[in-house]
Design a protein around this ligand. Structure first.
Ligand SMILES: *[C@@H]1O[C@H](CO)[C@@H](O)[C@H](O)[C@H]1NC(C)=O
Ligand SMILES: *[C@@H]1O[C@H](CO)[C@@H](O)[C@H](O)[C@H]1NC(C)=O
Ligand SMILES: *[C@@H]1O[C@H](CO)[C@@H](O)[C@H](O)[C@H]1NC(C)=O
Ligand SMILES: *[C@@H]1O[C@H](CO)[C@@H](O)[C@H](O)[C@H]1NC(C)=O
Ligand SMILES: *[C@@H]1O[C@H](CO)[C@@H](O)[C@H](O)[C@H]1NC(C)=O
Length: 208
């Protein structure tokens, strides 16, 4: 009898926890502060495929094809939010908790199920960056300038050249952020991933 009662309590507790954490980030009546209107989440067949092909994104996260879409969608929404608020590149843990539930159009997929639960402001040294601060660095301004040359009729650069300049200066910016924020002895996978730790570019000691 006691165990049945305990089981019921456990069941209710689990249900409550799920209800709290299950609100969809892109549900407009929900509490997630991110705006997915311009770049909505696109469902993908990769998420129901039995084959979970491992890929590397941002030169740092090892994930599967299904989660690549999630990361892309969340990155865009975070970028828009950072731009609008001129605040943190990541949102606070409380705000992030309302954004890690399943997407409306594919409810088997979420930031949580993809392991992106640590992507909040202050979870690591590298996630504590502010757009207002970064903008003062010359590496940011250069990247901004060099990446504004696409489809710009007053720029003489071909697409390939523009792309080359843009990716090179993005790499410089990434290196700069890494030098400034990454704590070298902090062997934390989430932190390394947020910092863009990649063995091929930055000689990190571990594969993520
Ligand atoms: C979300 O973004 C869209 C498109 O930029 C904009 O029209 C809308 O006002 C935004 N919603 C909120 C709540 O800020
Ligand atoms: C790494 O950082 C994440 C995000 O803050 C944290 O949840 C986790 O406990 C840390 N892991 C270690 C081993 O320190
Ligand atoms: C950031 O770096 C400092 C100094 O190495 C360290 O004490 C701290 O635990 C790190 N993590 C966070 C989340 O700030
Ligand atoms: C286009 O390129 C010119 C010259 O490089 C630059 O001054 C201008 O700001 C660019 N325009 C946009 C919209 O990025
Ligand atoms: C980016 O643009 C600046 C000038 O704004 C230039 O000095 C720099 O070499 C460019 N970087 C790359 C990687 O093209």
């Amino acid at each position: 009898m006691t165990s049945a009662k305990q089981f019921t309590i456990l069941f209710i507790a689990t249900y409550l926890i799920q209800t709290v954490s299950l609100s969809s980030p892109d549900d407009r009546s929900g509490s997630c502060v991110l705006n997915f209107t311009s770049y909505p989440y696109q469902p993908t067949g990769e998420c129901i495929s039995d084959v979970k092909l491992k890929i590397n994104v941002w030169d740092s996260w090892t994930t599967n094809l299904c989660c690549r879409n999630v990361l892309t969608t969340l990155s865009r929404a975070l970028a828009i939010h950072a731009f609008t608020t001129q605040g943190g590149v990541f949102v606070s843990d409380v705000e992030w908790n309302s954004c890690t539930g399943p997407f409306v159009r594919q409810n088997s997929v979420s930031a949580d199920t993809c392991g992106f639960d640590g992507l909040y402001y202050g979870s690591s040294n590298c996630s504590s960056v502010n757009l207002a601060t970064i903008k003062q660095d010359k590496e940011y301004q250069q990247a901004l300038n060099n990446c504004s040359l696409f489809g710009n009729s007053s720029s003489p650069l071909s697409f390939d050249d523009a792309c080359d300049h843009c990716t090179s200066s993005m790499k410089e910016l990434k290196q700069h952020l890494w030098d400034q924020y990454h704590q070298k002895n902090d062997d934390n996978k989430t932190e390394n991933s947020i910092c863009g730790c990649s063995s091929s570019y930055f000689g990190c000691s571990r594969e993520n």
